[in-house]
Design a protein around this ligand. Sequence first.
Ligand SMILES: Nc1ncnc2c1ncn2[C@@H]1O[C@H](COP(=O)(O)OP(=O)(O)O)[C@@H](O)[C@H]1O
Ligand SMILES: [Mg+2]
Length: 621
Amino acid sequence: MNPPLSPIRAIQQLPDNLISQIAAGEVVERPSAVVKELLENALDAGATQITVRLEQGGVKRIAITDNGRGIAPEQLPLALARHATSKISSLHDLENVATLGFRGEALASIASVSQLTLTSRTADAGHASEIDGSTLAVTPSSGAQGTTVDVQDLYFNTPARRKFLKSEQTEFGHCAEVVRRIALARPDVSFSLTHNGKTVDHWNITEIAKRSASILGNEFANARLALDEGAGPLRLHGFVGLPTASKARADAQYFYVNGRFVRDKLLVHAVRAAYQDVLHGDRYPSYVLGLDLDPALVDVNVHPSKIEVRFRDSRSVHQFVFHAVSRALAQTSATSFGATPAPLPSPSGAMPWIRGSQEHLQAILQPNTQVPQQQTSFGPQFAPTANGVAQTMANYGALFTGNDPAGGAATYPAAPQQLASQTLPSDDFPLGFALAQLHGIYILAQNTKGLVLVDMHAAHERILYEQLKGALDEDAMQVQPLLIPVTFFADAVEVGTAEENQETLHALGFDIAAISPTTLAVRSVPALLKNADAQTLARDVLRDVREFGGSRVLVERRNELLGTLACHTAVRANRSLTAPEMNALLRQMEATERADQCNHGRPTWSQLALSDLDKLFLRGQ
Ligand SMILES: Nc1ncnc2c1ncn2[C@@H]1O[C@H](COP(=O)(O)OP(=O)(O)O)[C@@H](O)[C@H]1O
Ligand SMILES: [Mg+2]
């Protein structure tokens, strides 16, 4: 049965206030959107000092005061009128708009869903004037130059919208985030934020390095790279966090286009792609980046909230951002650490990620602690008679050399006996020479600055990954045929995947053939991975190929796949390494781009300078 038709009504023009209330649904859908619009107005008015006072998450009250140029009394009614703006007056202006606002609908929308009072004073006025949002009556008032917009009882007359609001704390959280975003873009303006009478944030005028450090915190400030690159009409500047400053959530990503915070898929993707080599799927990079370009090259009028933009030439913007961020991140190879130092651990443990090794270090360096027998724990690597050395050499001699004959362990000059005393550190080998292996996890090495600690698994993983990537890029994946194929019982899905993806598997250096409906045989593996267990490796690669979708794996998900392979193949903890093996690893780290971080974004090594060690012993203080 059809529902009864409602009676036909005549078409009529909507009243102004209703139009504004409808627009308010898009422009100011929650308190934080009001905060954004009012802050943008203050900045457009040239303010250098802005205070934001909120009550009850902004629902009860949002009062924003600025010291900008103000509004003349006779203009006050216009400021609240719909489609009235001082910022553009023609299509040409719109296409070249340099202000944050231009649609002339924010104040009208806000006034239609709240009790609004606007107080303002220009430089040449004798006193301030205020206008009541509901009566539009203008009366004399008091106050310094600038503007205060006081918004009370948001959505008091639109209960449906009010129902959609979340808890006071949630709404406040959104408002505070909006203030942070805008404060990050404008270090030349001071901001303060109070909630229910308490000061929550205050930022003085400063420069971007300091403002971003105070807003994003020490973890970001201590592990970031500065970036400022231009190409033709495009300029990208700001800071990208090292993978060590990555987060489990994408909540520290700030991108601005011509000073406007945006959420743009294209830009997020470009940055993400640049991090792909150094960060794994479930981690999110932190960054504060500003892209500046001729306003005519970007359309900001895509959505009423202007959070999305459209670039005239999106491809070149993507390319530019991707390459600029990639270049910044590539600075982190081990050999360049003099120029871009890996964060130094301090004895106070300021670097949270270094604490683990710090404890180990303290344990060795301080006598009479729980590790009294350091000497003997180093024994197996150093004692020529220990079967450890001979066996390790025989079994794993080629471990770190991959298929690179020049990288043979024996070509490096450090024999175990010489290490500590006779091999002088030199600047040619920034990571120095191995002294010992600690608890089967860390390599201790000596360089000109002092002590180097290396997480051997993480470092090896990084090297393998870069080698695999290089080989695949050059279509030169060397293959290691297996003398005796490794066969294993496989399920139908694995057999099917192997059969359907022969070409992809070959490109990766694998020969995996079905020799019965339930048996797979691995006949060759990539030479770089020849030390790994062939069956586990084959299973992993089949699983990834299946999950990522056949040939797509080599394009879109390639680096993830290589990451899995490298991780499974990299030397495990608790494996004894000989000194030549350790030194080979150090040399390869020096030669590997981005060797500072493993594929999961953890650091691979850390420097403890002699001065850091002196501090541990209160020397020279
Ligand atoms: N804080 C302020 N200081 C000075 N002028 C303001 C301020 N807020 C609003 N105005 C004036 O009121 C007009 C309307 O504001 P708004 O409704 O937000 O539209 P828009 O910002 O798109 O122009 C602005 O164009 C500006 O001239
Ligand atoms: Mg505005």
